[in-house]
Design a protein around this ligand. Structure first.
Ligand SMILES: Nc1nc2c(ncn2[C@@H]2O[C@H](COP(=O)(O)OP(=O)(O)OP(=O)(O)O)[C@@H](O)[C@H]2O)c(=O)[nH]1
Length: 380
């Protein structure tokens, strides 16, 4: 495996054990009152579930770089914690981590106000425990939330599956799916759709599941997918992910199916790039940025696959998987990437003034097109 890396190397080896302070989401966790301020207008993701099901661990591992083993020492949450995840107009939401024992009948808990501004409700079920009580709680929670706001995306994380065998995982998922939907049918709530994910903080499944939850909250998703499709088909690339570098959730990918292995490879590449950059790329006094406009990396694997990472915005990176022979046309890929990057920046601006979205879609970037055998064809 060879790594080409274009970050300037620091003249001495400053050891940095993780991201520099300015790289990452502010660990600004605010205690909030039960009633949110009306100005809280960002899409909200609620993390709910029984005590010790793993809610805080998920939030810490995905958004605050906590290592899974450290979550063993997390204390039980006894208030609602609000965590602002904002780095761009695409990844911009709040996560509210609820204590396990939320009481809907407590008059000081204004659940109507909370559910009204909610984009997604993640209900975490501990798959290593008896889940009957959790299923009852799931039903109570989603049926209440649905009555207040039917637009919420209901996501069920069947969590801690690292402790289960493959057969047991499938069987647990089938059983939980069946029981939860039966309960909804009994309450005439067939229209309430639950999505199920098997997750664990000990592998990439939690990042993949969170990626899918977040993508549903990005209104520009079809535009991003469209741009990725155009980019890969004109550049001979097999798969491309648009990553949020800090959390390693992918906010969009092209429309070919995602296989877990490719996703893991791309996540690992981001880790390598950021780690190398943190150790060798920062100045002696720790100043500088671990990820900036110059950030790019090429990793050639021993199976003729190439991984190619390039900066798109301050927090987003494009990570592509392609064959060695396609990489011979690197000039073309770079030109197309330049167009893609420009388009993403335009979509960003459009995110601020949404009216321009329509005109942008009809004004797709003029990438140089090439067939897979390398013959140029008319531009798109
Ligand atoms: N095996 C395994 N353990 C996990 C996983 N996720 C969390 N845990 C463990 O579950 C325990 C409880 O995790 P927390 O994140 O504190 O649970 P919580 O739902 O926030 O708990 P409350 O704050 O009491 O509501 C911790 O010891 C974690 O290490 C996982 O994916 N697999």
């Amino acid at each position: 495996m060879s790594i080409q890396y274009e970050e300037p190397l620091a003249d001495s080896y400053g050891v940095v054990d993780s991201f520099p302070k300015d790289f990452g989401y502010g660990v600004e966790e605010a205690d909030i009152d039960d009633n949110p301020a009306p100005s809280d207008s960002k899409p909200r993701i609620l993390l709910m579930g029984l005590r010790r099901s793993g809610k805080s661990s998920i939030q810490k591992v995905v958004f605050h770089k906590m290592s899974p083993n450290e979550t063993l020492f997390l204390e039980s949450t006894n208030k609602i914690y609000k965590d602002d995840i904002s780095n761009s107009s695409f990844v911009n939401f709040q996560i509210w981590d609820f204590p396990g024992q939320v009481d809907f009948f407590d008059p000081t808990f204004d659940y109507e106000m909370i559910f009204r501004g909610t984009g997604a409700l993640i209900f975490v079920i501990d798959a290593q425990d008896d889940y009957m009580e959790a299923l009852g709680r799931l039903h109570l929670t989603v049926s209440r939330a649905y009555r207040v706001n039917p637009e919420i995306n209901f996501e069920v994380f069947i969590h801690k599956v690292d402790g289960l065998s493959d057969d047991h995982k499938i069987e647990t998922q089938r059983d939980i799916h069946q029981r939860a939907n039966d309960d909804l049918a009994d309450a005439s709530l067939e229209k309430l759709h639950l999505s199920f994910y098997l997750t664990s903080i000990y592998d990439h499944s939690i990042f993949e599941a969170f990626s899918k939850v977040v993508q549903k909250l990005i209104p520009q998703l079809p535009t991003l997918e469209n741009l990725l499709n155009i980019f890969i088909s004109n550049s001979g690339i097999e798969k491309a992910f648009l990553f949020d570098v800090v959390s390693k959730i992918y906010i969009a990918t092209d429309s070919s199916p995602v296989d877990m292995q490719s996703y893991e490879l791309c996540c690992d590449m981001i880790d390598v790039v950021i780690d190398v950059s943190c150790i060798y790329g920062l100045k002696e006094d720790g100043s500088g940025s671990a990820y900036d406009k110059e950030s790019m990396a090429i990793i050639k694997l021993n199976n003729t696959t190439v991984l190619y990472l390039k900066e798109v915005t301050k927090f987003l990176a494009l990570v592509c998987i392609l064959r060695e022979e396609s990489f011979e046309r690197k000039g073309l890929i770079d030109y197309n990437f330049h167009c893609f990057r420009k388009a993403i920046h335009e979509v960003f601006e459009v995110g601020i003034s949404t009216q321009r979205i329509g005109s942008l879609l009809s004004n797709t970037p003029n990438m140089k097109a090439v067939t897979h055998n390398g013959t140029p064809r008319s531009p798109v």
